[in-house]
Design a protein around this ligand. Structure first.
Ligand code: ZN
Length: 498
């Protein structure tokens, strides 16, 4: 058995820096929550989105249920002014989803924070303790200016800063993804959307690439309690290394990552075509990691064709009983860190294709560093989930909060020329893409059709922990209801005396 991948690796310094073409202008910081400033404005906004839902004919999808998991508190966190990760992109996404009236077609949940015990089902306790107790620190520890301040668990460097409220932020992101998984397991949702999750680089005892807690791994562990086989698909521009590593030695999870691959200059530097899991045929995980390495400038047409060919083959052979789809939006054209020529339509075509497979699915967020384009893609992908993609207006509704941030005449689908001026040079040849598809077919020949469940790798009883928490919260809310009832009764009593 290949145990190398499981061995603890000491945290690396900022080893393969994200390569930014030019110094981007400082992205503005936002503090406003989505809620309108007054009750009156909230009511006006509510009426507008209600009308939008009627105008676009947005109703609950027929024959299946979609849930939307968010936590507004998570959106208020800041990685630092110059850091590319802006949690505010989640506010902008939600604002666009609501403005189209899509919220009326879904079950909307405020995600609860994940408990320490839940996080511990993947992460080590010494890592979690450090994450929870180390004070916020604005000065990056491992930068060239601060060579004497080493990082622990890769925390505190410029990629993974120790910002204010970090542990809460991580628990909220993980809580949303775990809630999504639980709704899928309980069959209350057929598609569950958690745009605040998708943080695919985090390792068991190491933060990496802006990711601290691997909410995807936690959610998949939850899915494995109910489903024999989970297919993980990752369309972020970066390799989904943390998820691949976590399920390296099992045949119950197949990971497929599409990403830019240029080991020396592009993060994280892993995910070559020949990296297909453990090398030993005796390890059940062998051939269960599929990597699709791509070059700069890939187009919608190429990407869609490749995605259909690869996922079509994988689906036939592996027969997943649930799908976890990471929709990192840094694969879109014009992303601050990305390198592709993908438009919203091409990115979203992956979601549409997966949805057609008719398997329960969690849709996660992920990377995405140009907030307006992240919001466009994730709102349109939400529309696909609820089956109203053909009915929504390609011009962003006039009442959308922060509408001026979308630029490009508020188009939902700006052209490549509008986004980039000049599209990136496409370095993906048809011949290379054919080779990739052929290689995947070759790997899949080694995969047993619908492998059996190995009870030895059934994850810990997360549901038990969760049920306890549910019970406690229910009791608290009942106690609150009782108080409310009393207050109301007293109020009514007073009114009647008059
Ligand atoms: Zn990414």
């Amino acid at each position: 058995m290949d145990i190398e991948a499981y061995r603890y690796k000491p945290p690396k310094p900022n080893y393969l820096p994200h390569n930014v073409d030019m110094d981007p202008p400082l992205v503005e910081e936002y503090n406003q929550p989505l809620d309108r400033p007054s009750d009156m404005e909230n009511a006006t906004f509510f009426n507008k989105i209600k009308r939008a839902a009627q105008t676009y004919g947005i109703t609950r999808p027929k024959g299946y249920n979609v849930s939307f998991h968010t936590n507004p508190e998570m959106e208020k966190h800041h990685f630092g002014q110059t850091h590319p990760m802006k949690p505010w992109r989640l506010t902008l996404t939600k604002s666009l989803v609501m403005s189209y009236g899509m919220s009326f077609a879904m079950d909307n949940y405020i995600a609860r924070t994940a408990t320490y015990e839940e996080l511990e089902s993947f992460h080590s306790s010494d890592y979690l303790d450090y994450l929870a107790t180390t004070p916020a620190d604005d000065t990056p520890r491992d930068d060239y200016d601060n060579p004497d301040r080493p990082v622990k668990f890769n925390l505190g460097g410029s990629d993974c800063p120790l910002f204010q409220g970090l542990y809460d932020y991580c628990s909220m992101s993980a809580g949303g993804s775990m809630d999504a998984a639980r709704k899928i397991c309980s069959k209350q949702s057929d598609i569950a959307i958690a745009w605040g999750g998708g943080l695919h680089h985090a390792k068991r005892s190491e933060a990496s690439g802006f990711c601290y807690i691997n909410d995807i791994v936690l959610a998949i562990l939850q899915l494995l309690r109910c489903f024999p086989r989970v297919l993980y698909i990752d369309i972020d521009v970066h390799h989904g290394d943390g998820v691949e590593e976590a399920f390296f030695s099992t045949d119950r999870v197949m990971t497929v990552s599409f990403h830019k691959y240029q080991p020396d200059v592009f993060f994280p530097g892993t995910g070559g075509l020949d990296d297909n899991g453990p090398k030993s045929e005796h390890n059940p995980g062998a051939h269960h990691a599929i990597n699709i390495p791509l070059n700069d400038g890939i187009t919608d047409e190429q990407y869609e064709h490749l995605f259909r060919s690869v996922i079509g083959q994988v689906n036939e052979r592996f027969r997943p009983s649930a799908i976890a789809l990471q929709c990192g939006a840094d694969s879109l054209a014009g992303d601050r860190l990305g390198r592709f020529n993908l438009q919203v339509q091409g990115h979203a075509a992956c979601v549409a294709f997966c949805k057609k497979l008719g398997v329960p699915m969690i849709i996660f967020g992920g990377g995405g560093y140009t907030p307006r384009n992240v919001a466009r893609a994730w709102a349109f992908e939400t529309a696909i989930a609820i089956d109203c993609q053909d009915r929504i207006d390609p011009v962003i509704p006039a009442h959308t909060p922060w509408r001026d941030h979308f630029q490009h005449e508020a188009a939902l689908f700006p052209t490549l020329e509008q986004i980039l001026g000049e599209p990136r040079n496409n370095k993906n040849t048809a011949k290379r893409l054919q080779e990739i598809v052929a290689h995947v077919g070759e790997q899949l020949r080694f995969v047993n059709i619908a492998p059996s469940v190995q009870y030895s790798v059934i994850p810990p009883d997360l549901a038990g922990i969760r049920d306890e928490v549910e019970e406690r919260l229910k009791e608290e809310s009942e106690a609150k209801d009782e108080n409310l009832r009393r207050v109301r009764e007293e109020g009514v009593g007073v009114a009647m005396e008059f």
